[in-house]
Design a binder for this molecule. Sequence first.
Ligand code: RET
Length: 302
Amino acid sequence: MMIPDNVFEEVLAPATHRPTHTHLPIPTVTPDIPKVYHQYSTDVGHKTLWVVCVLMGISSLAFYAMAMRVPVQKRLFHIITAFITTTAFLSYYAMATGSGVDFHTTVIKESKLHVITEVVKRQVFWARYVDWSLTTPLLLLDLSLLAGLNGASILVLMFSDIVMILTGLFAAFSHHEAQGWGWYAFACLAYLNIVYQLGYKGRYAVANKDNKTKAFFGAISLFTLLLWTIYPVVWGIADGSRMVNVDGEIIAYAVLDILAKPVFGFWLLLTHDSMSRTSPSIGGFWADGLSSEGTLRVSADL
Ligand code: RET
């Protein structure tokens, strides 16, 4: 899209903001006509979206190829990780081709007089939130399985994660600033619970594993938590306070997404493959399907 960022436009105050009660005294402070700012992405943002789309596609192909090279019993991490980058590929394709994006209007009022001083119409790429609501639980699942976290903690992690992303989406589309920061606070609380579950419960669970797995989980979970903490910071300065323009936001999320998905994925799968003797093997339904389980039960009865 070649529309310049921060296009400035002055409009007449909407009818609802013009005084209608003629019997009232003439106000001593005449409200200014609100200014409308448009914040769009430009060619730089558009190209960045395409670059990330291609990188996510290539990584997905590499992860599927890596999955095929290991026996099905050892493929769980490969499949989860390939699904993560495939979802990101689809979401970046949507954003690069102009889908999954909408305009969000924020009305800024002068605090005491409640007079509208500014109206900002900014592009919000909601496809990101669809992507994150699918991929962040999968990223956490990768880490939970690596640590050997119990089912209850995994469920709590998944729920907190979905709450974090959905409240983040509500924050992005809030009607006014205070409401938006309220949603943001809920999302941050959910994120703190993720940090607790992964950082505390995860470390506790991995303590029963071998030294290599312990060290690897320590490193990759720290990398993940540090990286994930940057997302709400970017949100705060981009969508939240609009200090960073839309291109800056696209570039920041692009770097973070590449680190959080393809880099994380290659690190996880290459290390997992190199530890193949100690990594868990999943048999039963995962490897053999339902029919062979039935056969086993019949023969066991005889
Ligand atoms: C939001 C805004 C509201 C507050 C918080 C957020 C956290 C988002 C996170 C996203 C992680 C995304 C990843 C994507 C990978 O491609 C929703 C930005 C806390 C942690 C890892």
